[in-house]
Design a protein around this ligand. Structure first.
Ligand code: PFF
Length: 483
C-alpha cells in the first residue's frame, strides 16, 4: 500500500512553519549579542550579505530537494543519487537534528522556566546584574529545575509534532507566529519609548567598521546558517510537504525576510531597553538571562513585559524545536514505516534523555570535560560548527554538481514559471552562488571553525604572501569567466 503523504494546507501555512523553524533562540538570544559584540551596524551589513548570497541559494536548494523527492533528508538523497555516500549525508542531517534538539531544549527550558520566574516577580528583587547572574546560576545549578523545564519544553514539542503536519505543525505555527510577532512589536514600542532609547539604537546602527575582521565575517556566515535552519534537512523536510504548484523561490524570500526582520526587531527591543536602563550591552551570551531581568526590574510595567519577553523566547524556540524533531520523525515514518505517533514518542523520549547530560553540564557534570568542553559545549560545537556547515556544503555541492544544476532548475520552475519570466537573472545568480561561491565560502567557515584556517592562512601567506580565501575565489572566478 502506498502511503499518502501529508501536505501543508496552504502556502502561507508552509511559510509560517518554515519561518517558525528559522526564528528561534538564534534570532532573539544570539543575534543581538553577536551584533553588539561585532560592531553593530557594520556586522548587520555583513550578515545581510551572507544571508543573501549564501543563505538564500542554499535555502532554495534545500526546500527544492524536499519538494522534488517528497522525502526526509535520507530518502531525498537516496532517491536522487542512489549512492550510499549521499544517503549517509542525509543520515548526518537526522543525527544533527537529534544533537541540536538535545541541547537546544535545555536553553529553551531556561526560557520556559523564566516565564514563571517573571510571573513570581523574582526580577523585581534584582538591583543589579550580579544578583541576576547569581540567581541564574542557582537555578541552572538545580538539577530538578533544569531537567524539569527541559522535560516540560520537550513535552510541548512532542505534542505539536504528534498532531501531524497540518493539524500540529501548521496549526501551531499559525497560532504561535502571530502571537510572537505581536509580543515582539509590543516590546519594540516599549523599548523605543523609554528615555535613553536612542543610545541603544545608536549602538546597534552606528557602524563601527574597525570591528569588522575576517573573524566577524565568519561569525556572520556561521550564524546565517544556524538562523535559517540550514544544513541538516529541516527545510528539506518542510519542503517535502509542498506540492508542485508551490512557488519555492518566492517562499524562500519570504522566510528569509521574516527571519531577518524578527532578528532586527529583537535587537531593537533588547538594546533600547538595555541602554535606557543603564545595563551592560556587551554581556555576551548572558545578556538575556543576566541583563534582561534587571532591565525589567527597573522598567515601568516590567512585570508584564518580563513575562511577555520570556513567552516570546519560548514560543520562538518551540517552533524551531518542532522542526528539529520533525526531521527525525519524518525519517522513521518514510524510511522505516513507523507510525507518526510511535516515532514521536520513542524519539522524543530518546532525545530528551540524550539532552540530560547537557542539562547536567551546568551542575553535577560541570567538571566532566573532554578537550576542556562540557557535554553541552561539545553538543553545541559538534552541531553548529561541524554538522551544519558540512551539511550545507554537501547540499550545495549535491544540487549544483551531483544531481545537476540544469535538472534542479527544471524542478525549481515548477510552480514558479511566471516568477522566472520576470526574473530570469535569478537563475544565473543562483547558479553562480550555489555552484561556486557558497561551497567555497562554507568550506572556509568550516576550516575556520575547527581552527585549521588560521594555520593554513599563515602557511600560505608565508609562501605566497596571499590570503587563502582570496586565492581560492580568484581561481574559481577565472574558471567561471573562462566558460
Ligand atoms: N533556526 C533556529 C534558530 O535560529 O534558533 C535554530 C535551528 C532550528 C537550527 C532548526 C537548525 C534547525 F534545523
Amino acid at each position: 500500500m502506498i502511503k499518502q503523504r501529508e501536505h501543508w494546507g496552504s502556502k502561507f501555512g508552509f511559510i509560517l512553519a518554515a519561518a517558525g523553524s528559522a526564528v528561534g533562540l538564534g534570532n532573539i538570544w544570539k543575534f543581538p549579542y553577536i551584533a553588539g559584540e561585532n560592531g553593530g551596524a557594520a556586522f548587520v551589513f555583513v550578515y545581510l550579505i551572507c544571508i543573501a548570497v549564501i543563505g538564500l541559494p542554499v535555502l532554495t536548494a534545500e526546500i527544492l530537494l524536499g519538494r522534488t523527492t517528497q522525502r526526509n533528508p535520507v530518502g531525498a538523497f537516496k532517491k536522487l543519487s542512489g549512492s550510499k555516500f549521499w544517503t549517509a549525508v542525509g543520515g548526518m542531517g537526522v543525527i544533527a537534528g537529534f544533537v541540536i534538539l538535545s541541547f537546544y531544549s535545555v536553553v529553551a527550558g531556561w526560557s520556559f522556566g523564566y516565564i514563571f520566574e517573571a510571573m513570581k516577580g523574582t526580577f523585581s528583587t534584582f538591583s543589579d546584574a550580579s544578583f541576576a547572574g547569581e540567581h541564574f546560576n542557582s537555578l541552572v545549578g538545580n538539577v530538578t529545575w533544569i531537567v524539569g523545564f527541559h522535560g516540560g519544553f520537550f513535552l510541548l514539542t512532542m505534542l505539536v509534532v504528534y498532531a501531524g503536519v497540518k493539524g500540529g505543525i501548521e496549526r501551531g505555527s499559525k497560532i504561535m507566529m502571530p502571537i510572537l510577532f505581536v509580543i515582539l512589536l509590543i516590546l519594540v514600542v516599549r523599548g523605543l519609548t523609554l528615555d535613553g532609547a536612542e543610545k541603544g539604537l545608536a549602538f546597534l546602527w552606528n557602524p563601527d567598521w574597525s570591528k569588522i575582521s575576517g573573524q566577524s565575517v565568519l561569525i556572520a556566515l556561521g550564524h546565517a546558517f544556524f538562523t535559517l535552519s540550514l544544513g541538516m534537512g529541516a527545510m528539506m523536510t518542510y519542503g517535502s510537504y509542498l506540492t508542485e504548484e508551490d512557488n519555492i523561490p518566492s517562499a524562500a524570500f519570504q522566510v528569509l525576510f521574516l527571519d531577518t526582520l524578527i532578528a532586527i526587531l529583537a535587537g531593537i527591543a533588547i538594546f533600547t531597553a538595555v541602554f535606557a536602563m543603564g545595563q551592560d550591552p556587551g554581556a555576551g551570551p548572558g545578556l538575556i538571562f543576566h541583563t534582561i531581568p534587571v532591565v525589567f526590574s527597573k522598567m515601568p510595567g516590567g512585570l508584564l513585559f518580563g513575562v511577555l519577553f520570556f513567552l516570546l523566547l519560548t514560543l520562538a524556540a518551540l517552533t524551531s524545536a518542532i522542526s528539529l524533531l520533525e526531521v527525525v520523525v519524518a525519517y522513521f515514518v518514510d524510511e522505516l514505516n513507523w507510525k507518526r505517533h510511535q516515532a514521536v514518542l520513542v524519539f522524543g523520549l530518546l532525545t530528551f534523555l540524550i539532552g540530560i547530560p547537557s542539562a547536567l553540564s551546568f551542575n553535577v557534570m560541570a567538571d566532566v570535560k573532554w578537550f576542556d568542553k562540557t557535554f553541552f559545549d561539545i553538543a553545541d560545537f559538534l552541531a553548529s560548527n561541524i554538522l551544519l556547515p558540512v551539511g550545507g556544503l554537501f547540499i550545495a555541492v549535491f544540487v549544483a554538481w551531483v544531481w545537476g544544476f540544469d535538472k534542479a532548475v527544471i524542478e525549481l520552475k515548477k510552480g514558479a514559471v511566471n516568477f522566472f519570466e520576470k526574473n530570469d537573472w535569478m537563475i544565473v545568480a543562483w547558479k553562480f552562488f550555489l555552484k561556486y561561491f557558497a561551497p567555497v565560502m562554507i568550506f572556509i567557515v568550516f576550516l575556520h571553525s575547527i581552527g585549521l584556517l588560521e594555520s593554513a592562512v599563515a602557511q600560505i601567506k608565508q609562501y605566497w604572501g596571499l590570503d587563502v580565501s582570496g586565492l581560492i575565489l580568484l581561481i574559481l572566478l577565472i574558471r567561471y569567466l573562462k566558460k
